[in-house]
Design a protein around this ligand. Sequence first.
Ligand code: FAD
Length: 507
Amino acid sequence: MELADASVVVIGGGFGGLSTACYLADRGADVRVVEKNEQLGGRASRLYAEGFRFDMGPSWYLMPDVFERFFGHFDRDPGEFYDLERLDPHYRIFFKDSEAQGASGSRATPGDGDRVDVPADRERSKKLFESYEEGAGEALEAYLDEAEYTYDVGMEHFVYEDRSRVRDFLDPSLAKYGRGIQLLGTMQDHVEEYFDHPKLQQIMQYTLVFLGGSPHNTPALYNLMSHVDFNMGVYYPEGGLGGVVDAFVELGEDLGVTYGTDEPVTAIKGRLGGFKVETEGDHYLPDLVVSDADYAHTEQELLPPEKRGHSEKYWASKTYAPSAFLVYWGVEGEVEELAHHTLVLPTDWDPHFERIFDDPAWPEDPAYYLCVPSETDDEVAPEGHSNLFILVPVAPGLEDDPETRQWFRDLVVEDIAEHTGVELDDRIVFEEVFTVSEFADRYNSYRGTALGMAHTLDQTALFRPPHRSKEVDGLYFTGSYTTPGIGVPMCVISGQVTADAVIEDLE
Ligand SMILES: Cc1cc2nc3c(=O)[nH]c(=O)nc-3n(C[C@H](O)[C@H](O)[C@H](O)COP(=O)(O)OP(=O)(O)OC[C@H]3O[C@@H](n4cnc5c(N)ncnc54)[C@H](O)[C@@H]3O)c2cc1C
């Protein structure tokens, strides 16, 4: 079968699905994206309420090179669809403890902690590091050089060039590329080689939460995230991350992709050249199927038992990335103590990570992230108001009954006031909580994980579930469960990798 004559149904309109759809339509396939929810974007959905517009999931636009490469493939440029603003500072951190304070330029906060702005250029970052620890400015330089090398080699030879099979790792040229890259060891070990100060270690490690891991279970390879953060920069796209979803959809439309929303898929039957994809009340008969819906949901709930590539035991045995406790708030007035991106961190954050990965429970002294897009974008809140959300990573599968939600919501409101000085309670004009049960219900996510499978060493590269179904010819997977993994840029790349697999199989 020629791809140009083939019809394809893509299940799920997250970034992985939208990306795959563009690549396949560009090769002439007749592609339809079928999405369960009322809008496209998947985890990058938008919530509109009382004049506020919230990005419900991703809010950090990282790795602009990935988006340039994506649009460039179709001879387009992201700038045709949205403008980018580089944020400075990249983010602010409130360290909850005043202990080991010392950054010049930092100042005491209401909680008597320590507040720092991580700036958008390397020289100022070096000064900041040096103020915490003698020699840390130079150590940062060395760390970032290594991170850049890892990023360049990793992206070219491991990420874009999919190596998801054992034989892909037997390529002799890999030894050459892999030299100098920290593949083994944990991020904690790696960071300790460069920095002693616990707060500097945290600055180099907070990005691991983007990968759904902790410093103790994420391989050192992911030091490349510091290149992404410090060297490449943190951006805000016009229209927020939802604006980027619109751009992908518009590009897809130009390429001939069609989209259906409010169309949950209930079953996948058949095989290459003769699928039946059942939706509530209707069905499609494509030649090929790509699922961007969570892998576990697709296999366990959409395929008959004999067509599943993995057992229930397999899914139960995996390490999942955290779920999240999110509250979207519309607030009267300013929250000027906060930057566009703000992190609030206990100096010892291990107990929080333990409550995510080792001993699941709601954290009593949480590390969390606050996002205030109204600092940058006038369109996300009515005049005189701020748009704010909190994201606390929590263990997937936690009980989230109404009493627990209320208790935890009150705990974080108090924690924000204590450690950042922002009093919210009398100013909230809109509030919506989104947590474990909502992730499970809205996205069919396994145990309500926000991000999918964590990037532990045994769940990276060839150890992630494959793009090609093991059991059904013509069925493919994309999105965060597959390689390269979690995060918007990674899912955009997974779309390319999945499309490449389809093209290779049909050629
Ligand atoms: C709170 C939060 C914050 C994040 N922050 C960032 C960030 O700042 N930067 C960043 O880069 N990444 C961030 N991420 C990660 C990033 O958003 C995800 O990794 C990425 O968007 C996932 O894309 P995906 O292709 O895997 O599909 P998903 O976004 O998971 O979409 C899958 C789609 O499939 C649909 N679906 C499920 N079942 C069915 C069915 N039966 N029939 C039809 N459709 C179905 C779902 O409704 C969903 O729309 C964040 C994620 C979350 C949740």
